[in-house]
Design a protein around this ligand. Sequence first.
Ligand code: FRU
Length: 490
Amino acid sequence: MDKNKELIEKAVKAINENRETVESDYYRLKYHIMPPTGLLNDPNGFIQFNGEYHLFYQFHPFDTSHGLKYWGHFRSRDFVEWDELPIALAPSNWYETHGCYSGSAVDNDGTLTLIYTGNVKDEEGNRETYQCLATTEDGINFDKHDDNPVMYNQPEGYTRHFRDPKVWKKEDTWYMVIGTQTVKEEGRVLLFKSKDLKEWELIGEVTGSNINELKDFGYMWECPDLFELNCKDVLIACPQGVESQGDLYNNIYQSGYVVGKLDYETGKLEHGEFTELDRGFEFYAPQTTLDEKSRRILIGWMGLPEREEHPTVENKWIHAMTIPRVLELRNDKLMQKPIEELKNMRENHVSYKDIVLNNEEIQLDNISGDVIELSVEFVPQDAQEFGIKVRCSEDNEEETVIYYDRSSQKLVFDRNKSGKGYGGIRRCHIKDKKNLKLNIFIDTSSVEIFVNDGEEVFTGRIYPNKDSLGIKFFAKGGAIKINKIDKWDL
Ligand code: FRU
């Protein structure tokens, strides 16, 4: 049997064997993309093609470790219903023996084309890296290109940590960014160009850990993405090896962006500061696409490398994607909003207006649940702290707390009492203004908090008891007014 077919059949067998165990898990999410079994990591090949959204992902179907990577495949028309399609890529060729690593998708004159990294390790564990193409006629079955790999190894001066091609077209030329490190182990993003997706020419370094204020900013940059927004260029990348600084960079690896202007002749991006995309716990390796409505849409991996001790492991699956976010640029800052289509999931609307809390904690009729959206507008008065507790147990043992601390002007996401799994606190500066808006998406084992219409986002996985459904609103050290509360079941 041909190797590709053999590898896919092996994976399908593992998926079928484990599916029942996986599906029995209360922590299976209700409106997020998850692997059918095994491990999911980076979103790959995100594209709208012939009207349909395709999202591929790094997939290890056999167990919850980072083993041999395949590309899994989902498709949607509306971001609400996702079809699980057959595996798109299996690591069947000599240039990808240790995994079909991350990459992107383009519409090449009507052909949906994937560009990805073939990962190879030799007997001594030395890595080799190849950039490869695959195409499809039916949008489901993919053929690897006969001329693969289209790029052998890396340019001089860089190591074989050289991967994750993100490709786009500008006028008649294809451009590609790749994440890498110099031989001195400094993270970099490189820009290439091509006329045909096959022959690539290096233009230069976009940026990395050496320039501007980003000195010593990581030993390797993974999963770059570069796009135009409001006449500026935005580079997203994932530096590894950045030390935490107070509230910043507290996850194992970082994911953020810089904004500037790309010089397509030299490859150089003159840019401002690096800003984290998400202030929470599980967020990494996001990928964006531009859709037919000209929206720049981002989906991130709601997980992190080297963090495999999630309680779902006992049910043979791990990790998920974030909900899709639409990006806008305001004063060189990315605003991130939940994609509009998610409003179509809303049911059972409950609404309250003009509630005053004075140094107290309250629960409201019909506001509770584990698969819901909440939208709350606070107007601080003289309270020192105010916020919301979600997924509260009746005995007060469990709660996930989201609050604003006015003395430090910080929004805080505290999951130390969230239940099983990783704990921790994340904080981010938010200016103390006339009001504070929180739009919170809760699923059975996740929380995504959008602050002030997308000024900041906090994402985290939580694993409370399935009966911990309470929601509380509180004010400490004084009063607040809540202008409006809206709650929907999703
Ligand atoms: C990021 C990453 C990528 C790589 C992929 C392998 O999470 O390490 O750099 O292509 O995962 O699964």
